[in-house]
Design a protein around this ligand. Structure first.
Ligand SMILES: CC(C)(COP(=O)(O)OP(=O)(O)OC[C@H]1O[C@@H](n2cnc3c(N)ncnc32)[C@H](O)[C@@H]1OP(=O)(O)O)[C@@H](O)C(=O)NCCC(=O)NCCS
Length: 389
């Protein structure tokens, strides 16, 4: 790799160069998308979240990260959502992508993000940097006629609009807290308002739930559905299913643990779309302190973490979980304690059983007794996201 390569902040006058690298990486952007992309890019730049690698003055790689929050066991944790990682073809395979991502990780650490997540186009580079699968984005398809038959006619459902954005956010929050959800991103009020104002989206509200859906070709597609009771779930799903005379299929971005799976007569079609996203801890004590835990989960255990790219995570730690909260404090461990690298830590955090981590070489040391006490602490509903970024 040339010595002239520098990690840089992208500036506005470099956006054309970034766009050229993007075109060679993801395809040429439709003319209509260019303005929105530039508008977003300026926000990333102003906020120090658009970074790159330059050879002399020429930008040869770029990446940006969103300032998101993500639910972890019913609590909101800040997460740097990495996107648009691109390296010019003539610079690939020479460590430029790794240099870019190492700089980005440091930037996200400096900005105080306890977590980072991304959708990988290739896992190799991100695994080298400590990311591991944290959850998925699932799209299930159902026979619309099955959903129509779910009933719920006694529940009042009305059209919703932008003025309902606050109520929608409140319902989302209540649902994730109650279910101790992990994975979904938290959207700001402004974006939720825009989403509900979009005439192409059909939004319906009940007392304890809502649904937002739209056409996807000749199918209907649910962006999000939240129901606080069985009756409301039936009513909202049936509202979408009422389109069965025209749309035979309803697609839905939902959790694999959504109650609908246990209510519809026929299971979802076999063509489930499942995209995995990866997770990494950037500040292990902050990530543990910010997330939720089941109220009855309890453990006192020493761990040894190794993390060359984020040295602050490394060393011996004592993990203490009780009363729905966790704490990671520095300690001097003795004996054969559980040892994890960043990938093992990310996978454990997102609920992967220790047997899987040992079986894939991501955990060592410790004991089976310790595993049996640690697994239930991080277990919970499957982590999922609704959004792609
Ligand atoms: C993916 C990409 C960013 C990697 O950049 P790069 O500069 O080639 O990466 P590096 O040279 O630092 O490689 C890091 C590791 O990833 C591996 N790698 C890079 N690209 C890979 C690919 N397409 N498939 C499999 N492994 C890949 C390298 O072999 C290396 O691993 P190794 O050290 O074990 O050999 C670059 O190829 C690119 O821009 N691709 C097109 C756009 C894209 O897919 N972006 C990712 C979006 S999530």
């Amino acid at each position: 790799m040339s010595d002239a390569l520098r990690f840089v902040d992208i500036t506005e006058d470099q956006l054309d160069a970034v766009m050229r690298v993007r075109a060679r990486s993801f395809g040429v952007m439709a003319a209509g998308d260019r303005e929105q992309w530039l508008k977003d890019a300026r926000v990333f730049i102003q906020d120090g979240r658009y970074v790159g690698v330059a050879d002399g003055d020429e930008v040869v790689a770029a990446a940006r990260f969103w300032d998101f929050e993500q639910w972890w066991s019913g609590r909101r944790v800040p997460v740097a959502g990495v996107a648009g990682v691109v390296v010019a073809p003539e610079y690939r395979g020479r460590g430029v992508g790794s240099k870019l991502m190492r700089g980005l990780l440091q930037r996200a650490v400096d900005r105080g993000f306890p977590l980072t997540a991304l959708y990988p186009a290739t896992t190799v580079i991100y695994r080298h940097l400590g990311y591991e699968f944290g959850g998925g984005r699932y799209r299930f398809s159902f026979a619309a006629a099955d959903l129509r038959a779910l009933g719920g006619k006694e529940v009042g459902v009305r059209r919703a609009g932008p003025e309902d954005a606050e109520r929608v956010l409140q319902l989302v929050g209540q649902s994730h807290e109650r279910r101790r959800t992990s994975g979904p991103l938290v959207w700001p009020l402004k974006e939720v308002t825009e989403w509900l104002a979009d005439e192409d989206n059909f939004a319906y509200l009940a007392d304890d739930g809502f649904v937002v859906y739209s056409w996807s070709g000749s199918d209907l597609c649910i962006d999000e559905i939240v129901a606080g009771s069985e009756a409301t779930a039936r009513a909202l799903w049936a509202t979408v299913g009422s389109g069965s005379s025209i749309a035979s299929t309803v697609q839905a971005y939902i959790s694999p643990d959504d109650p609908v799976h246990l209510m519809v007569e026929h299971e979802a079609y076999k063509d489930v779309q499942h995209q995995r996203w990866m997770l990494r801890l950037l500040d292990a004590p902050a990530a543990i302190a910010a997330r939720g835990f089941a109220p009855d989960a309890a453990v006192e255990i020493d761990l040894r973490l190794e993390d060359p790219d984020v040295p602050g995570n490394g060393g011996d730690w004592h993990l203490s979980v009780a009363d729905g909260a966790g704490e990671l404090t520095p300690t001097q461990a003795s004996g054969d304690v559980l040892q994890l690298g960043p990938r093992g830590l990310a996978a454990l955090y997102s609920g992967t059983p220790l047997a899987t981590l040992r079986g894939s070489g991501l955990a060592s040391g410790g004991s089976s007794t310790a595993d049996a006490s640690l697994d239930p602490v991080f277990a919970g509903p499957t982590a999922y996201m609704l959004d792609y970024f």
